[in-house]
Unconditional design. Structure first.
Length: 171
């Protein structure tokens, strides 16, 4: 009986939290804030970050030209390479790494299979068709992403509410 109770307590206390350290460097934040928040390094492996900061990728960074001083580019690379998903050994990075394709280098966090799997049960109208979200890449619209908090229990999709048993519905 004690084992059963301990097992239930362990299950109930297991957090589904997905937390990573927030980016706190103001110079790094200011380098990205015009288009998006600074994604945490744990979302992609080193090879992805290295490719993303190559000159040809920065010249066409998802349709925009990114100009960084060599000092700021070095700071970004140091942060991303020291904290990449294949460097950090935490539960969420292991899940991310297991999901990554072996034959290509992903550059979009929103295309990481593990991240996609966390959103697959949610309707397109909650994101793409939602004027307050517009994209799966707009993490801050529903998560406290700038602080590195992606806990499923704290998700707040604008215009929608999460039911206890029956999933999401319009507010």
């Amino acid at each position: 009986m004690k084992r059963a109770i301990l097992g239930i307590v362990a299950l109930l206390s297991t957090s589904s939290a997905f937390e990573v350290a927030p980016v706190t460097d103001e110079s790094m934040k200011s380098g990205c804030v015009d288009c998006h928040f600074v994604y945490q390094a744990e979302f992609l492996p080193k090879a992805s970050w290295e490719k993303m900061f190559e000159e040809e990728e920065l010249a066409d960074h998802f349709g925009d030209k990114v100009e960084l001083s060599s000092g700021l580019k070095s700071k970004f690379l140091a942060y991303y390479l020291e904290n990449a998903s294949d460097v950090k050994n935490i539960k969420v990075t292991r899940k991310i790494n297991r999901s990554l394709p072996k034959n290509r280098t992903l550059l979009r966090v929103s295309k990481v299979p593990y991240i996609m799997s966390q959103h697959e049960d949610l309707d397109r109208e909650m994101f793409i068709d939602n004027p307050k979200v517009k994209s799966y890449a707009n993490c801050n619209a529903c998560h406290n992403a700038e602080d590195g908090e992606y806990d499923e229990d704290d998700v707040d999709v604008p215009g929608w509410e999460k039911g206890f048993f029956f999933g999401w519905s319009r507010k």
